[in-house]
Design a protein around this ligand. Structure first.
Ligand code: TRP
Length: 381
């Protein structure tokens, strides 16, 4: 692991042009980047980042490797808005206690992971109602077809409608769920963000934001930058059960706030590939323990050795699990300590949300004035 953000950059535009010298991946238009994101910070106006998370529970290693780790590295170079997207939890309407609680869990995890609320702004979405207002205007220029074709939305709606994978629809999807990508576009355009560091599953939404910005700018006035996506080092972390993705609903997570004992236990019982004797060679890609070592072990030479041994003459899962446990606990221990400090000082946590939301509101008002001017609908002026 290097000390620099390792990112995949998607969608280059005028604003991001200075990053263009990086290597281009075939004809996908996706730029792969191994170096740091350097912004010529010559003016006092820093480029802006907006990114967000839905408050549904504590954050896990997948969030960290896919996004959060990058945010921490980017926060000193960009003017960052970290959004707690509580308009986007319509599936939890029956359990708002969970959402209320998760707002604090997420804030604590952010602070624990090293986000600095003085440098970036922690914004609670619903406390900046301009998000809802802008969503309405943006819905004017977004064709329904773009939502119908959005692969992430499609997959998520299917998971909601067919929770047990059967043939008949078991649940209906709220309209708010269907339009959440539009609101996410509003989240991004409201602070006129240049960069959106997210997990790989969010890329269709960033594409939507770019298209919406172009359409609004063309139809009315050019006020929105076309935002670029930035994907973290580990676009998708496998779950402890070997499932394709670590996710709360699957119960296959290792949470950032898990104790050392819990981490040890989860690693001890995680899926370790097809049954195999310790002295029997195995396939690295079939054993998720290696996916975690690759993601989190800083000693890359050692990981390389282990892999080679594993494929040639076998390494016991016990040895791999022991290594992984110590690697993870080394990563998480400083976070646990920071978290404990903040948990003992909740007024400070509240202040982070209050100040950040205030800053988010200020820029939101500025943008809405620009939007109203662009639409020229100031009837009573
Ligand atoms: N939908 C995102 C997720 O599930 C969270 C999110 C909300 C977001 N608003 C955003 C991400 C704006 C990036 C930008 O992870």
């Amino acid at each position: 692991m290097t000390s620099e953000p390792s990112v995949t950059r998607v969608g280059i535009n005028a604003i991001g042009r200075r990053h263009q010298e990086r290597s281009r991946d075939g004809d996908t238009g996706i730029l792969i980047e191994g170096a740091s994101v350097r912004t010529a910070n010559v003016t006092s106006e820093r480029k802006r980042i907006l990114t967000g998370i839905r408050p549904t529970g504590p954050l896990h290693l997948g969030h960290y490797a896919g996004a959060l780790e990058n945010w921490v590295k980017l926060q000193s170079e960009y003017d960052c808005y970290f959004l707690i997207a509580d308009y986007q939890v319509s599936e939890y309407a029956h359990d708002l206690a969970r959402v209320r609680n998760a707002v604090w869990e997420v804030t604590l995890d952010w602070l624990a992971a090293g986000l600095d609320p003085d440098s970036g702004s922690f914004v609670v979405e619903s406390l900046v109602p301009e998000h809802a207002e802008l969503t309405t205007w943006l819905a004017w220029v977004l064709p329904v077809g773009m939502l119908e074709r959005n692969p992430t939305l499609k997959a998520e709606m299917e998971a909601l409608e067919y929770p047990t994978g059967g043939k008949t629809k078991e649940k209906s999807v709220p309209v708010a769920f269907y339009i959440y990508p539009v609101m996410q576009v509003a989240n991004i355009l409201l602070p006129r963000a240049n960069l959106v560091p997210v997990g790989a599953d969010q890329l269709p939404h960033i594409e939507l934001a770019r298209e919406t910005a172009r359409r609004f700018n063309r139809a009315f006035k050019p006020i929105f930058p076309e935002p670029e996506a930035l994907v973290g080092r580990v676009p998708r972390l496998v779950g402890t059960d070997g499932n394709a993705k670590m996710s709360k609903s699957r119960g296959n997570t290792i949470d950032l706030k898990d104790s050392a004992e819990t981490v040890a236990k989860k690693v001890r019982t995680m899926y370790g590939g097809p049954p195999r004797r310790a002295t029997e060679p195995g396939k690295v890609e079939e054993n998720p323990i290696f996916a975690y070592l690759e993601a989190f072990d800083r000693d890359t030479a050692r990981v390389r050795d282990l892999k080679e041994h594993y494929e040639r003459k076998g390494v016991s899962n016990k040895e791999l699990r022991n290594r992984l446990t110590s690697v993870l606990n080394e990563l998480l221990e400083p976070m646990r300590q920071r978290r404990a400090k903040y948990e003992g000082n909740m007024p400070l946590v509240r202040e982070a949300l209050e100040h950040g939301t205030g800053r988010g509101r200020a820029i939101a008002k500025e943008t809405m004035a620009m939007v109203r001017d662009a639409l020229d609908l100031n009837y009573l002026r």
